[in-house]
Ligand binder design. Structure first.
Ligand SMILES: [Zn+2]
Length: 159
């Protein structure tokens, strides 16, 4: 038993080949996320986060777009670094994402919150998620692992 629910016949797709990014790309992405973290506005939680999205344009060229968390006195109005990065990337015309790095000052790797997982899955269900804590080991996940059975655009009925 794996503990995972098994769908009906034909509902469970074979796992896709895991996407990869190079060690150099990982380092470049983490460095960008760490720089973005410095801009975080987190006066309430004190939990400063930077995110860096590795984007791909229509010609296949890479670009990095960053975001930081921006909190608010009306707490729910705040936005996480990951979603800030997605909004900035989409604003710049990017919709294909290969990886995201998240930099925090936590002692160990933290994963994106549920809302951010959903927003990232909209564009890249197989996204590579790299989490870099302040001092601990950097951890890699596939977004498909963090958000299995995601609700995706093709989950909506269309005419
Ligand atoms: Zn989040």
């Amino acid at each position: 038993m794996t503990g995972l629910p098994v769908g009906g016949r034909g509902l469970v797709a074979a796992p896709a080949q895991p996407a990869m990014i190079s060690e150099a790309e990982t380092q470049r992405l983490v460095a960008a996320a760490q720089r973005a973290r410095a801009a975080a506005y987190a006066p309430y939680s004190g939990f400063r986060v930077g995110a860096a999205l590795l984007c791909e344009d229509d010609a296949g060229a890479d670009a990095i777009v960053v975001g930081c968390n921006v909190e608010n006195a009306s707490y729910p109005a705040g936005i996480c670094a990951e979603r800030a990065a997605v909004a900035a990337a989409v604003t710049r015309g990017f919709r294909r994402f290969r990886a995201i790095a998240i930099a925090t000052e936590a002692a160990s790797a933290t994963s994106p919150c549920g809302i951010c997982r959903q927003v990232l899955a909209e564009f890249a269900p197989e996204l590579i998620v790299v989490s870099a804590p302040k001092d601990g080991d950097t951890v890699h996940w596939s977004l498909a692992t963090l958000l299995p059975f995601a609700f995706l655009p093709d989950s909506l009925p269309r005419d």
